[in-house]
Design a protein around this ligand. Structure first.
Ligand code: FCB
Length: 443
């Protein structure tokens, strides 16, 4: 099977940016050459990660990065999205760790030498543990520490970077990490979720100001994830439930960037759940951004719930990926067109999209036709949104290679390249060949 886009599609042109994405903790390994982060601690806590694994080795990318760049180049992509490990580049006292910085400057230099644009995310969840010990994202001070980290690394990287994203998915850091505790640091309280979200957004705004000053020529923005919310039935109650879920999980993170406020569901909150917001915070948060990154995997369906307001229902009969996420490409188009209607958006990149599948390495090959079909359907869903006037300028497959999938450990494979964790051998899957073919045939 091939990935097929309409012949006249803008996504068939070389002006459309294609890439692959990874994140520091998920691939780097070499945990002994950096400070501890919240994911090291979380992994070491029994019962938190499904296979009891950790990021100590992962894909050993710190050791194998040259081969990994060969791999990236062999795919024919225009860009590579990676993240910087804060605990690798700063010491505890906030000064630069020159060895850690060197790792990234070498990597960035090599990408540039090969004409691959580096898209750098400054925070993909690996908060230094000593900062968490001081309250982490519940402490307003962390937002200022993040701005300082941004200042130092952007100066060190100079003009090596094509694009900076401040944060990857503040929803996951705040809701999964501080509100329901299934991600690091594993705290679980509604007020913690809302307060950490506010500090993450504040940190984004503060860092945007630093980027505007230190790096005015890069494309600077933020990456948000969306799981579009649908109602189980057409009843007014279910429709309202879906709207509330959407406000709580999705709009919460984008509305402050453009409208300088949280969605109206905040008015339903008990006093003790209200985040502390200081005067002027929304003006800091709503900095102009050069691009918005969108991560999309699946949708969610809701019905009304007398106690919680909304509850998610399992679409038992619909196709799902190996991680249990429903495959529903139409919701990708719906999401992009609805965001376009709601906000004055800058150009958008799809910064993550992909699927976990139960891959089998047989005779040196991984024939992942299921993942390939997912890519075909979702690239076409993006194309449909473009045809309806949405300004999408690039697409990154998640992920370059199989890696540490957070609370699922190494049990779920999202790569278009297969990783044998015992030998660290990388093998291109059928989806990688199809992606390569799509890119090679652009006009
Ligand atoms: C996203 C994360 C990414 C990866 C994918 C599957 O939420 O940004 O690191 O784990 O999900």
């Amino acid at each position: 099977m091939k990935i097929m886009l309409p012949a006249n599609s803008k996504m068939q042109s070389k002006a459309f940016t294609y890439g692959v994405a990874t994140a520091s903790f998920q691939i780097e390994g070499a945990a002994d050459s950096r400070l501890a982060c919240i994911w090291d601690t979380f992994c070491a806590t029994p019962g938190k990660v499904r296979d009891g694994s950790n990021g100590d080795q992962a894909c050993e990318h710190v050791k194998l990065w040259r081969e990994d760049i060969d791999l990236i180049e062999s795919l024919g992509v225009d860009a590579y999205r990676l993240s910087i490990s804060w605990p690798r580049v700063l010491h505890k006292d906030g000064s630069l760790n020159t060895q850690g910085v060197q790792f990234y400057t070498d990597l960035l230099d090599e990408l540039n030498r090969r004409g691959i644009k580096p898209f750098v995310t400054l925070y993909h969840w690996d908060l230094p543990q000593h900062i968490e010990d001081n309250g982490g994202w519940l402490n307003r001070e962390t937002a200022y520490l993040f701005a300082d980290y941004t200042d130092k690394v952007t100066q060190a990287f100079g003009d090596r970077v094509y694009s900076y994203a401040t944060f990857n998915e503040p929803f996951c850091s705040s809701y999964l990490g501080y509100e329901i505790g299934v991600h690091a640091p594993g705290l679980a309280k509604k007020s913690y979720g809302r307060q950490s979200a506010h500090h993450l957004l504040l940190a984004h705004g503060l860092a945007m100001k630093v980027l505007q000053k230190n790096s005015p020529n890069t494309e600077n923005g933020i990456v948000l994830n969306f799981t579009p919310c649908y109602s189980a039935t057409d009843s007014a109650e279910d429709v309202q439930a879906a709207s509330k879920a959407d406000q709580y999980f999705n709009q919460w993170y984008i509305k402050p960037l453009f409208d300088r406020c949280y969605p109206e569901i905040i008015n339903d909150f008990a006093t003790e759940d209200m985040p502390v917001i200081e005067e002027g915070d929304f003006d800091i948060i709503a900095q102009p951004i050069d691009f918005l990154g969108i991560n999309f995997y699946t949708r969610a369906v809701y019905k009304a719930d007398a106690v919680t307001g909304f509850s998610q229902i399992d679409m038992v009969d619909n196709p799902k990926t190996d991680i249990g996420w429903e495959i529903y490409p139409q919701s990708f188009t719906d999401l992009l067109t609805s965001l376009h209607a709601l906000y004055p958006l800058p150009p958008m990149y799809i910064t993550e999209n992909g699927a976990a599948m139960g891959d089998k390495l047989i005779d040196g090959k991984v024939d992942d036709q299921d993942r390939l079909a997912y890519y075909d359907a979702h690239l076409n869903a993006v194309n449909n949104a473009i045809e309806q006037g949405v300004n999408i300028v690039g697409y990154f497959a998640w992920s370059l290679m199989d890696n540490f999938e957070w609370a699922e450990g190494y049990l779920k494979r999202f790569g278009i390249v297969y990783v044998d964790y015992d030998t660290q051998k990388r093998t291109l899957k059928s989806s990688a060949y199809a992606y390569k073919n799509l890119l090679a045939n652009r006009k």
